[in-house]
Design a protein around this ligand. Structure first.
Ligand code: BEZ
Ligand code: FE
Length: 308
């Protein structure tokens, strides 16, 4: 241990050493006024130093990491957030989401928001068709918003968006897809029910033409997300849920590039062959159908703590 007096006399000083590097650097944050910032930085330094020691990071690898992070920043603009994408493919986004939205088994599980909720969904009537481009396999989506005790959440707002038949969101194909294609903002009825017409979603790749794509390629990972519909459900007095509905038969359901799949969110999309029902809901017969109930916790309802 390299403790000694500093040059001016009084305080004991510990100079940097390999063995005690983390403690020495953590001590530099001793006077941080914000206790949370102090805790986060101290822990970050400890884990970073452990990591560097664990792999014995070389000069060259350190340089590669700096170049990678620089390129990641340079890829960012108003619509592209490469750092969030990096967090996504490292599973950090899902971990933060999961820690901050524990359900205690009492509400619908959450998953990542993703980068394509960048425009407001248009308010639509219950039963409306959100597939404006006329492509894809017609599908009826039904569900019910309830509170933790099963009480219907009348007037719950259900925001949905999904990729089209070719695996692109409307915002990725301006001028090709109609504006606000496959998006809708619905208000649940008095029994908390919502329903709309859409298409069975398709799997698609996350944006992989940047440093994150290079990382995936270098590690033999594919960039794909299994087919899903995004939901944000809100109701007064309740905690909003940001989640997805996944298609059980989708490719990549077991290997989502961003680790967003939770088993409780996977549903079958069976074919319905019922001409009368098809007329009733305004779809060609046969059509596909899926049911997705969403349960919200009450605002302030105690969250369970994490696994011990
Ligand atoms: C999405 O589901 O829209 C998404 C999520 C994370 C990264 C890229 C896309
Ligand atoms: Fe998505």
């Amino acid at each position: 241990m390299a403790a000694s007096r500093d040059r001016r006399g009084q305080e004991p000083v510990e100079y940097f050493s390999e063995e005690r590097s983390a403690e020495v650097v953590a001590a530099s944050f001793a006077d941080t006024p914000d206790p949370r910032l102090k805790r986060v930085l101290t822990s970050l330094v400890r884990h970073l130093h452990d990591f560097v020691k664990d792999v014995e990071l070389t000069d060259e690898e350190w340089g590669t990491a700096i170049a990678f992070l620089t390129a990641t920043g340079q890829k960012c603009d108003e619509v592209r957030q490469e750092f969030i994408l990096l967090s996504d493919v490292l599973g950090v986004s899902m971990l933060v989401e999961t820690i901050n939205h524990r359900t205690g088994g009492q509400s619908t599980e959450s998953t990542v928001l993703g980068p394509f909720h960048m425009v407001e969904s248009p308010p639509r009537e219950l039963g409306a068709d959100i597939a404006l481009d006329g492509k894809g396999e017609p599908c009826l989506v039904t569900g019910r918003a309830t509170g933790p005790d099963g009480q219907p959440l009348a007037g719950a707002v259900v925001d949905v968006w999904q990729a089209n038949e070719d695996g692109f969101y409307d915002v990725q194909q301006p001028g090709i897809q109609p504006e606000r294609n496959l998006r809708g903002l619905f208000t649940a009825d008095d029994e908390g029910r919502f329903w709309f017409r859409s298409i069975v979603p398709k799997y698609y790749p996350i944006p992989d033409d940047g440093p994150v794509g290079e990382l995936l390629a270098a590690t033999g990972r594919h960039p794909n997300r299994p087919a899903h519909v995004h939901f944000i459900v809100t109701a007064p007095g309740h905690r909003p849920v940001t989640t997805h509905l996944f298609v059980d038969e989708s490719p990549y359901i077991d290997s989502d590039a961003v680790f967003g799949v939770k088993e409780s969110l996977i549903r079958e999309f069976p074919e319905v062959d019922d001409p009368a029902r098809a007329v009733e809901v305004g779809l060609p017969n046969p059509f596909r159908a899926v049911h997705f109930d969403v349960t919200l916790l009450r605002e302030g309802q105690a969250q369970t703590s994490g696994p011990s």
